[in-house]
Design a protein around this ligand. Structure first.
Ligand code: WTA
Length: 669
């Protein structure tokens, strides 16, 4: 597939040709920036030495022997011989340095006035208690623990407690279905699930435990379920099983606050995070301890210009995604930050809740996603204008390309009063679950930002845009985004599937040894990078990765469905939206009047609400090449109401006109 097939390329390319706006760093910020321009060259001159220097920012129980072991590519290892405890670095060392009374987390529940301030000393006590409780429940180093929780402090405590005892966690987004949870538990063979009765979402308690129970009964791996009481709601038909279920407040509350952290090898597994790939089965991305902690903490320090003494940081991601792992838990806490963690949705109990929180806590560094910004743009500036957001210094964006207009709005409306009215720089941060930490981004005290561009690889990172052969494309051209040198927080493998790791990321440019990220990109006339979106069969819906195949498989698992093709179509709110084309089985007749709703509900149950198709079109045929491959490019044309492109390679070229006609008469809901 070529880059021009990528869903966002045409429009973004058009933007590129007209985008001349530049935003210089505010003078004051540049003058005191944590990282300055010299870092790029110094890092490029000796990458391992540069990362060793960043590793010194952490506290190691034993120093490493080798910074980068590249003797067996692509199975790279970092800081080998070193020993470290991630939880100690995120919590204890700040207390030992006399900062125990500093607030680590300003937790804001969705119901108004439901807040908790947690100091580093309190966080340390809770993490130690939870670590002791996990050990008492039979969890040892190397055992996997699934975490299925809302955005409550116990979720962070649970992750750190796992890290502290060397038990890799796999956090499953609370919006995922029981089936999705079960498949992840199964893949990584988790023996404990940590969950809660529920959490608050849009003004009401939303249950979690029943889905956790359903998942548990689909596998016979889970021995215990540790349950936080958050909402006090009814536990559903499955109720409570005394043999399996344990209340968090009973076992964690009763445990000792003394716990000695064990130092683990730098390459000890820290967590498995599942993400969508271009086949149906989610990939368990494995991150290890030392290199991951080095790069997440360094990039957080550099890209957010973090001044831990004075800054108040807020990342709106959920801990169920990699952004929550790297930029709520590990990076920021390793840096000793004070941060806001918010449980709910931006509009609960009313629009403007986020902006009120920024004002109330004096947030200085704010990190969110373009899809959220676009939804606020639609509401208009009256809502944010009611709050005083002059505390802001830096705004971050992650998850998908930020449209230039959303960038300008973010800067002007959210960040307009920041930096004493000089405006607030935006760091558009490109990275992936696989990269573990930020890779391509402006540095706020160095880079003159361009709306829509992630700009350049960070110091210590080597990225390029290349053609099919792997040759670097000249400025002004497009190609594929690659990482040309190993980096500390890189994934180490796909859990249980080393071959898939090699095939997915390293095969395309095997002769060069490049990591292929799956994104198309363009270098502008200055050589700055514009990420154009996925070139594989992965969609990006509200900044969340979904695989077309995964949703197709879910649809085909419905008894009325014979065949399905799914594409991501451009969507004003969510970036891309799921559009499905479905052929029904003959036995299903026309499927009945409720068929579209039935199928949408089915996908929701199989994967989760995020994957629910915006549109389902019942068709008689799908466009296929003579070799039987579905031409998604053509379906995308239809879904985006474009003139259908070249159909000459179709086995039956009349198929597309039938589908197009049907589409224009179908309705969206
Ligand atoms: C996309 C989220 C453009 C990209 C951290 C990538 C972006 C995928 C950006 C990874 C950005 C993320 N500009 N595209 N700033 N950030 N992406 O694994 O397609 O959920 O490959 O990690 O999101 O999504 P993931």
């Amino acid at each position: 597939m070529t880059v021009t097939d990528s869903p966002t390329s045409e429009e973004t390319l058009a933007n590129l040709s007209t985008e001349n706006r530049r935003f210089e760093p505010p003078a004051e910020l540049a003058a005191h920036a944590n990282v300055t321009a010299e870092a790029y060259e110094r890092a490029a001159a000796d990458r391992p030495a540069f990362w060793a220097e960043q590793a010194e920012r952490l506290t190691w129980a034993e120093r490493w022997d080798t910074v980068l072991d590249d003797s067996n590519p692509p199975f790279y290892q970092w800081f080998t011989g070193g020993k470290i405890n991630a939880a100690y670095n995120c919590v204890d060392r700040h207390v030992e340095a006399g900062r125990g009374d500093k607030v680590a987390i300003h937790w804001v529940g969705e119901p108004l006035d439901d807040t908790r301030d947690i100091t580093y000393a309190q966080l340390k006590d809770e993490v130690c208690q939870a670590a002791n409780a996990l050990t008492d429940l039979g969890i040892a180093a190397g055992d996997r623990v699934a975490i299925y929780m809302p955005m409550i402090p116990e979720a962070i405590v649970a992750m750190l407690a796992c890290a502290r005892i060397g038990a890799p966690h796999t956090v499953v987004f609370g919006g995922f279905s029981a089936d999705a949870l079960a498949s992840r538990i199964d893949d990584c063979q988790a023996k404990l699930v940590i969950t809660s009765d529920g959490g608050y979402r849009r003004g009401a308690p939303a249950a979690l435990k029943p889905a956790g129970d359903e998942a548990r009964t689909k596998t016979d791996l889970v021995e215990k379920v540790l349950v936080v009481r958050r909402t006090g709601q009814d536990l559903g038909p499955s109720g409570w099983d005394d043999d399996v279920d344990v209340w968090w407040h009973d076992v964690v509350g009763a445990a000792s606050t003394d716990h000695t952290p064990e130092a683990f090898d730098a390459e000890h597994p820290l967590y498995v995070m599942y993400t969508s790939g271009s086949t149906g089965k989610p990939k368990g991305i494995l991150h290890t301890t030392g290199g991951y902690l080095v790069q997440t903490s360094y990039t957080h320090h550099a890209v957010f210009d973090l001044k831990p003494e004075t800054d108040v940081y807020w990342c709106t991601a959920d801990i169920g995604w990699v952004t929550g792992h790297s930029y709520i838990v590990y990076g920021p806490l390793a840096n000793g930050v004070t941060q806001v963690v918010y449980e709910g949705t931006p509009d609960a109990p009313e629009r403007g809740r986020w902006w009120q929180i920024i004002e109330q806590y004096g947030v200085t560094l704010f990190y969110t996603a373009p899809t959220a910004i676009r939804s606020f743009m639609k509401q208009g500036r009256d809502v944010p204008d009611k709050s005083d957001m002059s505390s802001l210094r830096i705004l971050g964006s992650v998850g998908e390309p930020i449209n230039p207009e959303a960038y300008i709005w973010y800067r002007d409306v959210i960040g307009g009063a920041g930096n004493n009215g000089q405006g607030t720089p935006i760091v558009d941060t490109w990275w992936q679950t696989e990269t573990g930490a930020l890779m391509i981004s402006p540095l706020p005290g160095v880079t003159a930002g361009k709306p829509g561009s992630a700009m350049t690889a960070l110091p210590g990172i080597a990225a390029d845009v290349v053609d099919d052969q792997g040759d670097s494309v000249p400025n002004g051209s497009g190609g594929y985004l690659v990482i040309t040198e190993p980096w500390p927080s890189m994934l180490r493998t796909i859990w249980g599937d080393r071959d898939r790791y090699v095939d997915t990321y390293w095969k395309t440019y095997a002769d060069r040894g490049y990591y292929f990220a799956g994104d198309g990109a363009k270098k502008d006339a200055d050589g700055d990078i514009w990420v154009l979106g996925r070139v594989d069969d992965v969609m990006n819906v509200s900044g969340h990765r979904l695989s077309t195949t995964e949703i197709e498989s879910a649809l085909v698992s419905h008894p009325k469905v014979a065949e399905a093709a799914v594409v991501g179509a451009k969507d004003e709110d969510t970036g891309q939206a799921v559009c499905a084309f479905v052929i029904l089985r003959e036995s299903a007749g026309d499927g009945g009047p409720e068929i579209v709703q039935e199928l949408r509900g089915h996908v929701r149950k199989e994967i989760g609400p995020i994957a629910t198709p915006r549109q389902i079109m019942i068709v008689a045929e799908l466009p296929k090449t003579r070799s039987g491959k579905i031409m998604r490019r053509l379906l995308r044309d239809v879904a985006e109401n474009r003139e259908v492109g070249d159909v000459t390679t179709l086995a039956d070229s009349s198929v597309m006109s039938l589908i197009s006609q049907g589409m224009s008469s179908s309705s969206e809901d």
